[in-house]
Design a protein around this ligand. Structure first.
Ligand code: CA
Length: 226
């Protein structure tokens, strides 16, 4: 799941980024409204966090522009003060929720989970494919009732596959949604992590392959090879 943070205050942006990365999200940063707009046009994010007071283009204007483009990505606004007018204006502009600064990371984290759930109403609470079960709330993964011990990145990769089963996912798409922006271009990292994940998914000799290579296109998570 990839999140864009649009915030000109470097310190806040970095604290947020650090916390979100620890929560296994992939994070992209923009330092003003125009840069945020450009990134939203180029990439497909799963959620956007934006400050209201931004250089070049303020959060209200940016939010309206995004909604005018029919982009429905959940938007969480950061308001500098507890001003009710800001909240109303933000929601009118198309934001889904807001958090008042100073905020606790725990609060942001809970709001994000709620927005991601709301953003995809058909999304099941527990993700399952054959004997593979993933619980996004506890980040537990089981295959054939046995717990898999995954690293944060392996988990994020598997979660993305399980949210998009039976779909060919290109290396570029996986890099965008699972890794951070600065890794762009390092497609070897995808191959490496697919290898790790396949090893961990092989809980015993008879367990069949779930992540299949589609030559020249990418990878697909499905139960059968054909
Ligand atoms: Ca600001």
């Amino acid at each position: 799941m990839q999140i864009l943070i649009i915030e000109d205050e470097t310190k806040i942006a970095h604290i947020l980024r650090q916390g979100l990365m620890e929560d296994s999200y992939s994070v992209d940063l923009a330092k003003d409204g125009e840069e945020g707009w450009e990134k939203v046009m180029i990439n497909s994010y799963d959620l956007i966090i934006m400050d209201i007071m931004l250089p070049k283009m303020d959060g209200f204007t940016l939010c309206k522009k995004i909604r005018e483009k029919n982009i429905h990505t959940p938007i969480l606004m950061l308001t500098a003060r507890d001003a009710i007018e800001d909240k109303i204006e933000g929601l009118d502009a198309g934001a889904d929720d807001y958090v008042t600064k100073p905020f606790s990371f725990t609060e942001i984290s809970a709001r994000i989970r709620a927005l991601l759930r709301r953003g995809n109403k058909t999304e099941p609470v527990i993700l399952q494919l054959a004997d593979l079960v993933l619980n996004p709330a506890t980040k537990e993964v089981k295959r054939n009732n046995r717990n898999l011990n995954l690293t944060a990145r392996e988990y994020a990769l598997l979660e993305y596959f399980m949210r998009n089963p039976n779909t060919v996912l290109s290396k570029t798409r996986l890099l965008e949604h699972v890794w951070d922006y600065q890794y762009e271009g390092l497609s070897n990292i995808v191959e490496t992590y697919i290898k790790y994940l396949r090893q961990k998914l092989k809980t015993d000799k008879s367990s069949h392959e779930l992540i299949h290579t589609v030559r020249g296109l990418g990878y697909i998570l499905k139960t059968k090879a054909n």
